[in-house]
Ligand binder design. Sequence first.
Ligand code: SF4
Length: 758
Amino acid sequence: MAKQPPHRDPAQDAPHVAPPAHAAAGLPAIGHTLRMAAEQMSPGRVLATLRRVNQPDGFDCPGCAWPEPDKPHLAEFCENGAKAVAEEATERRITPAFFAEHPVAALAERSGYWLGQQGRLTTPMLLDEGATHYAPIGWDEAFALIAEELTALDSPDGAAFYTSGRTSNEAAFAYQLFARKLGTNNLPDCSNMCHESSGSALTETLGVGKGSVSLKDLYQADLIIVAGQNPGTNHPRMLSALERAKRAGARIVSVNPLPEAGLERFKNPQTPRGLVGGGTRLTDLFLQIRLGGDLALFRALNHLLLTTPGAVDEAFVAEHCAGYAEFAADAAELDRAAVLRATGLPWEQIEQLHGLVLGAQKVIVCWAMGLTQHKHAVPTIREVVNFLLLRGNVGRPGAGVCPVRGHSNVQGDRTMGIFERPSAAFLDALGREFAFEPPRAHGHDTVDTIRAMRDGRVKVFFAMGGNFVAASPDTDATEAAVRRCRLTVHVSTKLNRSHVVTGARALILPTLGRTDRDVTAAGPQFVSVEDSMGMVHSSRGGLRPPAPGLLSEVAIVTRLARAVLGPQDPTPWEEFALDYDRIRERIARVVPGFDDYNARVRRPGGFALPHAPRDTRTFPTATGKANFTVNPLTAPEVPAGRLLLQTLRSHDQYNTTVYGLDDRYRGITGGRRVVLVNPADAAELGLADGQFVDLVSEWTDGSERRAPRFRVVHYPVARGGAAAYYPETNVLVPLDSTADVSNTPTSKSVVVRFEPAA
Ligand code: SF4
């Protein structure tokens, strides 16, 4: 039987600090995996559950979106995947008795870690207006209540429908259809806060807002540049792919303000070398760049390529690209001093990278939040594309763009239409298929939804999964905005902060997880997801659901739609709920690339979605070509006596879900309120290792935000920067501090000062 949840909420500001690790995974990963799984499940359940993760007849890991290899290993999961699965498959339960015992005000005093450890939600719960406790409510009553609030709105745009990346393709398609039939495009999603900058830059330059490489491409690459990403914690099975590429002769360059163990050495627990040997050294060249210096680095690289005879693939550029002349004219000159200031790198290292690029025919650039969460994120990613286009590294094996998605189906949700700025072509197809005129006015993304709640323009907030309040920037402003709502509704598996920061009325609708069996009157159902490389495959849970009467995401959306849109709405919501093949048939007629969906998704491993730049070197852009762009060199400006803070995850965390209080690769255990500062910067700022400080962010409008009591840890971060975990430091990220074009919060770029803690 699983261990009881922690009764006491452990202190989080007294961590133990040791030197950081220099290798990821290995035997310790197996130990931690089994220990954390055993906290949540009995041994038999641990084995029964973990053996089905990422298997053709099993379920998709609810963690990140890393793809499965053609032939999955017996244990095709990483330590953090196992933690995500264990947290969902836990035997701990939250019953109405729990809510009767805990008033919401008391739950709001608890940490996210403690809330998440209480177990799976089992019963629909209502926090009525003026009530102090959640109380049980029937499903039909819950849907009727939501219908009452939605129909009371002056306009459908008075509601917002948020999606977290765990939502399946089938539920996401039905959800966006419901929202659009209601009359709104207010469909913010977690992608707005993570890879929106990638989508914006890639759509403009290549015509497709997704990565263009497959796992096979990674194995064939000559050079892999990993920029602004920490795969050892956030996409751990990527290390296996990097190891395989390395063994095939690839060179690996990591560009990161922090020396991450997972990029240094990988001890693959699937191999003797990884279990008892020294593992595999991954990175050949580590560029410890200043926060936000990536645009300057790629501008310098492109300048060097342009000024190196024979380095440019002239034939590819002439045939497939537009805008080259303007780009080349602008990049012919380079302010080297500005590059050195912005990157903090010695010029020799940039030349070293240039040398590696010249020696490589097939180059892939992988990236994550370290590039996407800056004000100049979109120009940075455009410059990465310039770099790849110069030598024709798009649309051929072993080469291309690889934004690595952080949530298991965040890419699939977007493909299904979860987007506040849908294309006219998508709305036309949707309208044709369901015989209605979808709303055309663009809706609110995440940041705009918070503004709309703050300003009283959005009064009903509905979330399909996730932890909106904790994941969003500017925590105090976000919480105040949410509290202005008439109604907040969360479809969830576990308890989190968003359940205790509510509108006047609040509903918790407990749903099935990926690990749970989903059986309707038509028989067992499966869902499907799309991974970071555009592979669509099925996911079948096998565990008995945590409680009878729990509804799947699809059942919740379709019953809600019927309750709100009424019996006169011709959409066959009931058929959709009964048999998900009916949903997939519609998807096949609305979304390009899903023809014969039901047959192809049943194949082991599923199928690849088309990607014109990868498949045929055709670029569905405004010019019909791959677009070179001009991106003036810029980098964050940091006033004297301040540092630039980046928020990041610990190793015991997945997005805002905290599995434990350790970050063992960085040598930190038993606590989370730490701030990592370079010893030289600390000396200049008079910050002693172990000293407690308040972090105060300073925004351009003069406003300030405070995060109290963090322990200073002298750590080898790049000069001028600091690092601390979110969600604890999301309070420091101003709501209006967003990336140009994508409106993504600049969570990797927050100017802070340090004050002695009270
Ligand atoms: S790499 Fe990502 S998808 Fe794969 S098991 Fe780990 S967390 Fe899950």
